[in-house]
Each structure stands twice: as C-alpha cells, then as structure tokens.
Write a protein that binds this ligand. Structure first.
Ligand SMILES: Cc1cc2nc3c(=O)[nH]c(=O)nc-3n(C[C@H](O)[C@H](O)[C@H](O)COP(=O)(O)OP(=O)(O)OC[C@H]3O[C@@H](n4cnc5c(N)ncnc54)[C@H](O)[C@@H]3O)c2cc1C
Length: 359
C-alpha cells in the first residue's frame, strides 16, 4: 500500500475552509492482540484504520506479571501470519510485547496510544467519537468502529471494606516484591494459583483464600498438583470455602464454616477476575445481556446493535473471560472486514483448534 496520506484519514473542511473534526474510514479501539489483528484484516482490504488505545500498545500484556510465561503455545498467539519466535516452548510477557509491537511496525499500522474512547454516537451516516488523552478532550468521526477493548481494566471487586487500601492490588505484578512478607492471594483460578506458587518461591509466606470448596477444574494440569503438594507440605496455606469479610492494614479477615479468622497480610492480591466495560457499551449505545455483559452482535459480522459498530476479541465474552482468548479471538477481524469467503475461512480456522484453548 502506498505511503503518505493514509487512505483512512481525511481532514474535513467546514464551510469557511477551516479544518473540522478529522474523519476516519475505520477506528479500532484497543491495540491488544485482537485490535491489531483487526487492523491487519482491514489493511489487507485497502482500509487504513486508526487504532487507539487508552494505554500502551498491548496494554493488557504490559500489565501481566513480569516474566510471565503464556500458557498458550506461540503459534496460536500469532496474528497476520507473522511468526512468533521465542527462546523456550512458550512465549514470555516480554517476548509477546516485542512481537506485537514488531507486527504493528511491519504492518505499518497507525496506532495512537494513551487515547481513550469515552463515548460514540451515530450522527447521520457517520459515528462521532468522543476521545480523551493527556492533552484533553478530542474528537473524530468514522464510518466504522470496532471495539476490541478486552476486560482487563475492570477487575471484579470483592466489595469489602479495605479493598481500596494501598497494599491491596487486583493485578499481580512481580513475586520478588513480596520476599519475607505475609501475602494473601484471594481467588482460586489459574492467575491466583500461579501467583501463590511464585510468591512462595520468592520467599513470601502465602495464604490462598478461595470461596469454592475445591479448586476449579479449569486450573491448568501442571499448576494444580504443584499447588496441592505445597499445601500438603505446609509450604502454602489454603483456606477453601472461605469468604473475605474485610481487609485491614495488617490482616485479612475471613469467614469459613461460620467462624471468623484473621490472617496476617502485608500484601494482598485480589485476583478475582475481570469483566467487560458495560459503561462503555452504554456510552456507545450498544445493547448487551445484563447477566453475562455480552454485547449483542451478529455472529457472522460481529456487528453490534448500533449499525457500523462491531465488537471483537475478549470483550465479546462479557464477564465470561475464560471463553475468548487470543487464539480464538484473532479471527474476528476477518469476520468484520472480510467477505463471506473470509468469514468461512475464519470460522474454519477457529474450528480447527483441536486442543482446548490454552493447552
Ligand atoms: C495473566 C494472564 C495470562 C494470560 N495468558 C493467556 C494465554 O496464555 N493465552 C491466551 O490466549 N490468552 C491469555 N490471557 C488472556 C489474554 O490476555 C486476552 O485473551 C487477550 O489480551 C485478549 O485480547 P484483546 O485484544 O481482545 O483484549 P486486550 O488485550 O485486553 O486489549 C484491549 C485493549 O483495549 C484498551 N482499551 C480498553 N478500553 C479502552 C477505551 N475505552 N479506549 C481505548 N482503549 C481501550 C486496553 O488498554 C487494551 O490495550 C491471559 C490473561 C492474563 C491476565
């Protein structure tokens, strides 16, 4: 595609010849793996979409724990046919970040980081977008809008007193920070179990608190025995079937079997999952299921209830965040920007995933 003025962008002139709000043929909100894959699908059909992200490129992966290893094998994290080369059998956070910014560069994607979509409104045959960045409010119009906004900015809150204290985090950062400390991990899914194991190995005194009476079956088969053996050996403490009542500066107070217990905590990781931004759905006017928070969309084209607005990637799962991963969401751009034959190919690619996602 020729360089120079991108085909997606035209500065409009008002009646006095003064440049008005810029217009884009397509805007993709979210520069995560799926937003970038959508942009590639659009580029390969002659569009030059603008990708915006409230944070950095691949901002969810930026917020993964330092050194995290993906559970998915690398070929399933690939987008646009670019090979993801990594030093071990699975990619690390750092390799994935390098990969996705390399793909954006190789595909000459226009990515505007640190720019948030606040709202969108249909106005005639265009969509008017309200944006904000560190320079203040901004605006754009576009013909087509894709929300590939994921869920990672919206943790499921416990709703207990003390959750807002500075030593409590909904994001696991780095085990090293907890050497020699009493650490409480709240949650029982993969992220929580993996964090508990890493914290233990980094010298933290770890207690995992989970409301279920046993770990869910979705916990990876290589994590579960490791965790259970650490518990059996008394190296990690576990309180299953327990709920958190409150968090103080020094303790987490739980209730289990009708009794209260206080557990020492210098740091607390509440790893209780995430959900899609339903407030954004409201501000864009798209309909969603009130129970699952899934945006309603045409399964063929992923067009939402507002014409010209599509959804892609993990945001389509609403609060069911264990359904759409990079490996199955990466075909969504083909459904949005492709024709019927591309949609069929996308569907076949999706169906050809033999192993369960994440294996
Ligand atoms: C610890 C951890 C490990 C994981 N491991 C794996 C794995 O091994 N394999 C796998 O396939 N998946 C894994 N996942 C899930 C994976 O991260 C998601 O499936 C993937 O990121 C989804 O991609 P996405 O592009 O749909 O959304 P995201 O990657 O979340 O991207 C959404 C982007 O939208 C931006 N955004 C949100 N709202 C706005 C707004 N209003 N305006 C502008 N920008 C906005 C965000 O900043 C973000 O960059 C893991 C997740 C976690 C937390």
């Amino acid at each position: 595609m020729a360089r120079g003025r991108p085909v997606g962008h035209q500065a409009r002139l008002d009646s006095s010849g003064v440049s008005a709000v810029p217009h884009e043929s397509a805007v993709i909100v979210g520069a995560g793996p799926i937003g970038l894959a959508c942009a590639i699908s659009a580029r390969r059909r002659g569009f030059d979409p603008l990708v915006i992200d409230a944070g950095a490129i691949a901002n969810s992966i930026v917020r993964y724990p330092v050194g995290m290893v993906f559970f998915t094998t690398p070929e399933r994290l690939e987008i646009g046919g670019h090979p993801l080369v990594c030093s071990g059998p699975k990619a690390t956070r750092e390799e994935a970040l390098k990969y996705y910014r390399g793909v954006a560069r190789a595909e000459a994607l226009r990515v505007r980081t640190y720019t948030r979509l606040v709202a969108a409104q249909r106005s005639g045959n265009r969509l008017a977008l309200e944006l904000t960045s560190r320079l203040g409010p901004d605006g754009l119009t576009c013909d087509r809008l894709v929300l590939a906004t994921g869920y990672f900015d919206h943790p499921n809150l416990l709703g207990v007193p003390g959750e807002e204290l500075p030593h409590v985090s909904h994001y696991f950062d780095e085990a090293h920070r907890s050497f020699g400390l009493d650490v409480v991990v709240i949650g029982g899914k993969n992220s929580a179990v993996e964090a508990a194991l890493q914290l233990f190995r980094a010298g933290g005194r770890v207690t995992l608190i989970y409301r279920g009476s046993e770990l869910p079956r979705s916990v990876k088969y290589w994590l579960k025995p490791d965790f259970e053996n650490r518990v059996k050996a008394g190296e990690i403490a576990a309180r299953l079937g327990a709920t958190v009542e409150r968090i103080t500066a020094t303790e987490v107070v739980i209730r289990s079997d009708g009794r209260s217990e206080s557990i020492a905590a210098d740091r607390v990781y509440a790893l209780t999952g995430f959900h899609a931004d339903t407030e954004l759905f409201r501000r864009v006017g798209i309909a969603f299921d009130s129970e699952t928070a899934r945006p309603l969309s045409d399964p063929e084209t992923l067009e939402a209830s507002v014409p010209g607005v599509h959804v892609a990637g993990s945001v389509t799962g609403g609060n069911k965040i264990s359904e759409i991963f990079i490996e199955n969401g990466r075909y969504d751009g083909e459904k949005i920007f492709g024709d019927e034959s591309s949609r069929r190919t996308a569907q076949q690619g999706y169906a050809a995933i033999q192993r369960p996602p994440g294996e």
